[in-house]
Design a protein around this ligand. Structure first.
Ligand SMILES: [Zn+2]
Ligand SMILES: [Zn+2]
Length: 214
């Protein structure tokens, strides 16, 4: 699997393009903005963009979806509980963001355990509500890689005060799911640099607080 990170948009969101080096099938995770940059990379590498996968509905993760959909007609995937937010600019916060209002329809809904096939790459959907009701992480099967969206960062966790945010859900996601991940898993978050779970366990104060307290 080839993985490329792009830092896009006003609040520096990570968009990731992954592809199978043999089939050149590709997926983009959270194309938040800068569609031209993403399209340029896809075309330059002759990739076949089969999927546009969204870790959650917020505007800073979905801003380039329409352009990519128009260009490649790839399937747009999101968890069913964030479907409404994807359509509603007040919920996805595009209305409040001083940018263009964004309203998008998904092609496919995913839920916990769904498998997404991109060439020979398999991504498993892990439902981790807390930042939003339908927030997901994506684990690359047979590789120590998990994309965490705004659920987990190197140095913190996602905000809980936005529409759909829930402290109780986040505590459950961290205690029951994320805390079980191996130390050698490399986390690719929605903002900021990635790191291993080993280092996140050492350095992430918000994560540690939840683990210690609950
Ligand atoms: Zn978010
Ligand atoms: Zn974000």
């Amino acid at each position: 699997m080839i993985l490329k990170r792009f830092i896009v948009g006003k609040i520096s969101t990570n968009a990731y393009i992954i592809h199978d080096r043999h089939t050149l099938d590709a997926a983009v995770i959270d194309p938040g903005d800068n569609s031209k940059l993403l399209i340029n990379y896809i075309n330059k590498n002759n990739l076949n963009l089969t999927h546009i996968i969204l870790t959650h509905h917020h505007y800073d993760h979905i801003g380039a979806v329409k352009d990519l959909k128009k260009e490649y007609n790839s399937d747009v995937l999101i968890h069913k509980k964030d479907l409404k937010g994807l359509k509603n600019p007040s919920i996805n916060l595009s209305k409040q963001s001083n940018g263009k209002s964004i309203s998008i329809d998904a092609d496919k809904m995913v839920s916990n355990g769904s498998l997404i096939q991109i060439g020979n790459i398999s991504l498993e959907v892990i439902h981790t509500p807390g930042h939003t009701k339908g927030g997901i992480c994506l684990k690359a099967i047979n590789q120590d890689i998990i994309f965490t969206g705004d659920t987990l960062f190197n140095d913190g966790i996602g905000r809980l005060d936005l529409p759909g945010g829930s402290e109780e859900d986040m505590i459950n996601s961290i205690k029951n799911i994320i805390s079980k991940w191996d130390n050698n898993i490399h986390v690719y978050p929605g903002h900021g640099n990635g790191d291993t779970m080993k280092n996140i366990r050492l350095q992430n104060e918000e994560y540690k607080y939840i683990i210690d307290r609950y």
